[in-house]
Design a protein around this ligand. Structure first.
Ligand SMILES: Nc1ncnc2c1ncn2[C@@H]1O[C@H](COP(=O)(O)OP(=O)(O)O)[C@@H](O)[C@H]1O
Ligand SMILES: [Mg+2]
Length: 308
């Protein structure tokens, strides 16, 4: 079952300049992107910083004004809804952010941080609220007496769990995880990733998993889309993307992953050299005269590549 279908999404930000702060141009942060998420899957969006991943996620959440395009979810085009019509869907789609330090209000105790989103939707007595927060804290592996503590009393990994607990209280169907472990120590990254996978099973969640670290994305995702300058340049199963990349930008991303296994060293050095050569010689195969990637064309049932 398709849970989310994004069609021809564009998010263009006006750029103002000069003394009168007139609009002098647009940043095409997301420039005609289409993809689908099946219920229960983890779909990755990868690409370097500035490629438009977060803007895509926020647009789906209704946090960014959409320039054009459609966001189909639960039989509705969310992009066409007014603020009040959108409200019931806000519950279904939650976002987890990269930075567990700045995304939690330092002046609030966990009980208020975690129950804040649900207060917009339900009336609960203080006792009910407290019980609910304790339940979600225990689901994310934190002690129930943590409810009266402040965010600074927790480590980075624990704070990310607090952010996750906060998102879960609304019983969302889709979680947009925007680089959820990028700010964490490598030693706790795997822990949080495994935890996200456990939650997915327990709560039947679908993930849109945003990241720039291809190792992490491969570990988490069944399918992924590769973004470059606001465009999807390739989409496929994780194996297709990693074993058989077709677009030069995907190849460059993969060539940049260091392979430390000695038996693959020569192979990866050769791959890097070939990719650098191809990039120089065949740039025009992959980008039009304005440097814009082409539309995606199917190369198999599951694999699409931006080619002319
Ligand atoms: N609110 C905004 N106003 C203007 N430009 C923005 C805004 N948000 C993002 N951008 C620009 O859009 C582009 C994509 O940003 P973003 O989606 O954050 O990329 P990513 O998450 O892949 O790093 C960048 O050039 C960024 O500077
Ligand atoms: Mg981002």
């Amino acid at each position: 079952m398709t849970l989310l279908r994004v069609n021809n999404l564009k998010v263009h930000f006006p750029v103002k300049g000069g003394f009168f702060k007139r609009v002098v141009g647009h940043v095409k942060a997301v420039d005609d992107v289409s993809f689908e998420l099946q219920a229960g899957e983890t779909y990755g969006l990868v690409g370097e910083s500035g490629s438009g991943k977060s803007t895509t996620g926020k647009a789906i959440m209704g946090l960014n004004k959409i320039t054009s395009g459609e966001v189909h979810f639960g039989g509705k085009d969310l992009a066409s809804l007014s603020r009040s019509e959108f409200k019931p869907y806000k519950k279904d789609i939650q976002m987890i952010f990269q930075d567990p330090y700045s995304s939690l209000n330092p002046k609030k105790r966990l009980i208020d941080i975690i129950s804040e989103p649900i207060r917009n939707f339900e009336r609960m007595s203080p006792t009910e609220e407290r019980r609910m927060v304790q339940e979600y804290l225990s689901k994310v592996g934190l002690p129930s007496d943590a409810i009266f503590k402040y965010p600074h009393e927790f480590s980075g990994g624990q704070r990310q769990r607090i952010g996750i607990a906060r998102a879960l209280t609304l019983k969302p169907k889709l979680i947009i995880a925007d680089e959820p472990v990028s700010a964490l120590d490598v030693s706790v990254q795997a822990q949080v990733l495994n935890f996200l996978q456990d939650l997915q099973k327990e709560f039947n969640l679908t993930y849109l998993f945003i990241g720039h670290d291809l190792g992490v994305i491969r570990h988490m995702c069944t399918r992924m889309g590769v973004m470059y300058r606001g465009r999807l340049v390739e989409e496929g199963t994780s194996d297709e993307i990693y074993e058989n990349p077709q677009h030069i930008y995907t190849k460059r991303l993969i060539a940049a992953i260091p392979d430390i296994r000695p038996e693959y060293r020569e192979q990866s050095v050769n791959f890097r050299r070939d990719v650098a050569k191809e990039y120089k010689e065949s740039y025009n195969t992959y980008f039009d005269k304005d440097g814009r990637a082409f539309d995606l064309q199917p190369v198999s049932n599951t694999h699409r590549v931006a080619l002319p």
